[in-house]
Design a protein around this ligand. Structure first.
Ligand SMILES: Nc1ncnc2c1ncn2[C@@H]1O[C@H](COP(=O)(O)OP(=O)(O)OP(=O)(O)O)[C@@H](O)[C@H]1O
Ligand SMILES: [Mg+2]
Length: 303
């Protein structure tokens, strides 16, 4: 193992809405980690529309995740391709195989196990848009979770909806063997439910009344493990960072999830231009504010 732990530290970058910068931020985090001497795998988990290799300037990848899933290569490590950055490897998404946009349960477990078996310090999972069960499961499996939001109101709504879905997904997994608890959780997922359980706090209250304090404490403990860092991307004005703060406040109030203080990543036209020209993002000018912002995000996540 490359680090002191038995398994790599897995990061997941999600956020619900498409085009908010999940792939840009994942790529730059992976770059930051490898530059700080940590062996890192950047893994494109946008199984429907993989594009991280393009951000790394790779046009025709020789291998993809699909080679691992279909057993063309033996291990996930064999599905990695090297990049121009020392210590940074890439697993290209399997976007061309539509069936993998929605992997079966066994495929998902196989992928998750293999991720934890990689002999590297960090693995960054760049998730696709939306909040499908598969995306949520990869998000929830990660020790370090990042939710990306932009200042647009639709993005704020999506980021909150993503976190809400993640919490309910976790609760559903935990109670899958308890039909009465499961029913309560499914009821609470409808915000207009007749039991008036509109928040996780209210749901917990009802569970406590019906099932006792012990059941609810166990669930609360698990919810507390969801601790995303909310990152506002494409910040052009200091007030734009309020987007992340709003998501954080609402998530705390309605979902009882605590997140670390929100971070921001500046908008830089050069990022836009490089992506259009297919220039590797790691060649971004070192003086770009985006680099110091990513540095803040990473140091916050590492602390
Ligand atoms: N900090 C930034 N500054 C300038 N432009 C940015 C920045 N972040 C992202 N962009 C622009 O937004 C576009 C979308 O970014 P990206 O592909 O990372 O989004 P995404 O959330 O991964 O999208 P999808 O959900 O489709 O995977 C980029 O191609 C780039 O043009
Ligand atoms: Mg993406």
């Amino acid at each position: 193992m490359a680090n002191d732990k038995d398994t790599p530290t897995v990061w997941a970058v999600g956020g619900g809405k498409g085009g908010v910068g999940k792939s840009v931020i994942s790529t730059l985090i992976a770059f930051w980690l490898s530059r700080s001497g940590k062996s890192t795998v950047l893994m494109d988990m946008d199984l429907g529309g993989a594009n991280v290799h393009t951000l790394m300037g790779i046009r025709n990848p020789s291998r993809t995740l699909n080679d691992f899933v279909t057993k063309k290569v033996k291990s996930l490590d064999d599905a990695c391709i090297t990049s121009e950055v020392d210590g940074l490897k890439l697993i290209v998404g399997a976007g061309e195989i539509l069936s993998l946009a929605n992997p079966k349960f066994a495929q998902k477990i196989k992928i998750i196990r293999a991720v934890y078996g990689l002999d590297v310090d960090h693995v960054i999972l760049d998730l696709g848009a939306g909040a499908s069960f598969n995306i949520l499961d990869f998000f929830l499996t990660a020790e370090k979770q990042i939710t990306v939001v932009t200042p647009q109101p639709t993005s704020i709504q999506n980021a909150y909806a993503f976190l809400r879905s993640a919490v309910y997904r976790r609760l559903s997994q935990l109670t899958s063997r308890d039909p009465s608890l499961m029913t309560l959780i499914q009821t609470a997922m409808n915000p207009k439910n007749e039991l008036q359980m509109r928040t996780i706090k209210e749901l917990c209250h009802v569970i406590e009344e019906l099932e006792g304090a012990e059941s609810v404490e166990a669930l609360k403990k698990e919810i507390a493990r969801i601790r995303p860092l909310v990152v506002t991307n494409m910040v052009r004005d200091p007030n734009d960072k309020n987007a992340g703060r709003i998501v954080q406040l609402v998530a705390e109030k309605y979902l009882t999830i605590q997140s670390d203080a929100a971070c921001g990543v500046s908008y830089d036209r050069q990022v836009d231009r490089m992506i259009s020209e297919m220039t590797p993002l790691v060649q971004l000018n070192r003086s770009s504010r985006v680099f110091s912002d990513i540095h803040d995000v990473c140091t916050r996540m590492m602390s």
